[in-house]
Design a protein around this ligand. Structure first.
Ligand code: NIG
Ligand code: FE
Length: 408
């Protein structure tokens, strides 16, 4: 009697297993031509040739991939998914010449989304965010990190993080939540008072609702020293650390956060010399968000090539948010990673899967289809990995499985 799997998906063009720890190079996707995957209890039981897997296992359900590409689900490790309102009007202002930072300084930008988010009920915010999560699943994302940051007072920040917790229960996707109370200085409060709140006893309450603490280290938001103070307090309260650094100006936030043991530093278009080295030394993942300079028509993209060459693990994420990148599409981020950040196709695909998993400290469980990993699986309407960036701007997803269950 053959051992029974819950599910076998076979007859792929290639199965990309994305082995952890493999050196970057030609074989770094762990491709099995014509490969199959056997799934049991939501985990990958075994991978191999289709004939081999079908001869070794029987299965309750067998799916013929029809010669399509199989790979792990995308891990979107940086989003601001929960918010009220939209900012199409600001996009039109930018097209007429206003810059993102100018709009922010005059009370628009993040502040306009804060206003809309404070006004919205928890139920409305959750319903809107669930629709966005469904769009993400349609584009092959199976795990999503979600930040707060559009509340900027205790009650509204808590409301957003409660939405994230309820989405984790109601959505098929897996949610990781991050407290970003330090997204911007609220218009209605003094700097000293804000810093006191962000580093005070409420941090421990927010820790009950979120795994990571993040800070926007940028001109017009938090200085390097303020960011260090906030992250140091967050570390003491038991948070994992993240930072928005180098989006427009090189303030040294990525190196500072790496020295504090941050799991990731995100954006990184602008770096101070030596920051990449510090990130490599402390194992801080570089989360590249190339949809942001694309949407803001910036001239500069993060130099992923240099970061990888310096020994830094790289992730690609959407940064979905209403102001600087309202995109749900990880395949499009792979295209931008290849065309604008200097990544090879294999590096970009790794960055969108296992790299993203590393940026949320889950690389032992997701982002790969090696035996024992979670069976978060995509069947793409493609034959070869290079077709993901090649057919940029299109959605290649045919089917999506989360923990071995078909969700699309
Ligand atoms: O990651 N940089 C700061 N926060 C977001 C943008 C938020 C907004 O504009 O609403 C970002 O790009
Ligand atoms: Fe962001």
């Amino acid at each position: 009697m053959k051992p029974e799997a819950d599910l076998i998906i076979h007859n792929s063009s290639q199965l990309l297993t994305i082995p952890p720890n493999s050196a970057f190079g030609i074989d770094s996707l762990g491709a099995i031509p014509g490969g199959a995957v056997a799934v049991k209890n939501g985990l990958v039981l075994e991978t191999g040739s289709s004939a081999g897997i079908l001869s070794r296992y029987c299965a309750r359900e067998t799916i013929d991939a029809g010669g399509r590409l199989l790979m792990p689900g995308f891990v979107d490790s940086h989003t601001h998914l929960i918010h009220g309102g939209d900012r199409t009007g600001e996009m039109v202002m930018r097209l007429k010449g206003a810059t993102y930072l100018e709009i922010l300084k005059t009370g628009g930008g993040i502040h306009s989304t804060v206003k809309a988010t404070r006004q919205a009920s928890q139920e409305d915010l959750t319903a809107r965010a669930l629709e966005r999560l469904n769009h993400m699943a349609d584009h092959g994302t199976t795990t999503v990190e979600i930040k707060s940051g559009y509340g900027l007072d205790t009650a509204a920040e808590r409301k957003i993080l409660k939405c994230a917790a309820s989405l984790n229960r109601s959505s098929a996707l897996e949610i990781v939540s991050t407290y970003l109370g330090a997204h911007s200085l609220p218009k209605d409060r003094h700097r000293e008072k804000v810093m006191k709140d962000l580093t005070g006893p409420s941090l421990r309450d927010f820790r009950l609702l979120s795994e990571y603490c993040d800070v926007f280290c940028e001109e017009g938001a938090f200085t390097l020293e303020e960011s260090r103070t906030i992250l140091t307090a967050a570390k003491a309260a038991g948070f994992g650390l993240k930072i928005h650094a180098g989006q427009f100006n090189a303030l040294g936030g990525a190196g500072m956060a790496a020295s504090l043991g941050a799991v990731s530093a995100d954006h990184l278009e602008e770096l101070v010399p030596g920051e990449a080295k510090l990130m490599a030394k402390h194992g801080t993942v570089a989360v590249l968000l190339p949809g942001v300079p694309f949407f803001l028509q910036g001239k500069k993209y993060a130099d992923g090539r240099r970061l990888i060459d310096a020994g830094v693990t790289v992730a690609l994420a959407t940064d979905y948010n209403p102001g600087s990148c309202p995109s749900y599409s990880m395949p499009f981020m792979i295209a931008l990673g290849v065309f604008q950040c200097g990544l090879t196709v294999s590096e970009a695909i790794r960055a969108a899967t296992l790299g993203g998993a590393s940026a949320i400290n889950r690389e032992d469980r997701i982002g790969s289809l090696m035996p024992g990993m979670q069976a978060d699986i995509l069947i793409l309407n493609l034959e070869k990995p290079a077709e993901i960036p090649y057919y940029f701007g299109t959605n290649p997803v045919h089917r999506v499985f989360k923990r071995g269950l078909k969700i699309l």
